[in-house]
Design a protein. Structure first.
Length: 143
């Protein structure tokens, strides 16, 4: 029997599909990824592919933070507010990073793994910083 190594991520992916009111077949047709592969994502047997994550994020505006962090808003708050993030002097580096992440799945998983670990180890710091940046009071949870 196989071990479900990514069950938390799988649960989030299933929640997203159910929020869309889609079957595995519908999701498969929309993404071009086989039904059984998507089922493996949702049951936690495999990590989702970059193509699948990109589809959920770009087409339906689901937050990768929600998928990998199991917390926060399901929908990307910047999309909800119709804002584009400003990375200032790091804009070119961020664009290059996003290009690589969209083409090299192993790089995507490495960065997402690092990000998830950073969030877990620095949860209070991240929460405080985001609340200050968004100008939201402490009563509203962001992550």
């Amino acid at each position: 029997m196989r071990e479900a190594r990514y069950s938390d991520i799988g649960l989030q992916l299933k929640n997203i599909r159910e929020r869309l009111n889609w079957t595995l077949d519908t999701m498969s047709q929309a993404t071009g990824i086989s039904r059984s592969y998507i089922s493996d994502f949702e049951r936690g047997f495999k990590l989702p592919t970059a193509k699948y994550l990109k589809y959920l994020h770009d087409t339906h505006h689901f937050s990768l933070n929600f998928i990998f962090g199991s917390d926060g808003r399901m929908l990307n708050p910047r999309v909800e507010k119709n804002l584009k993030p400003d990375f200032g002097k790091y804009g070119e580096e961020i664009d290059e990073l996003l290009l690589y992440l969209s083409r090299i799945p192993h790089a995507l998983f490495a960065v997402l793994g690092f990000f998830a670990e950073y969030k877990i180890n620095n949860k209070q710091l991240v929460k405080q910083f985001l609340m200050e940046k968004e100008g939201e009071g402490p009563e509203r949870q962001i992550i």
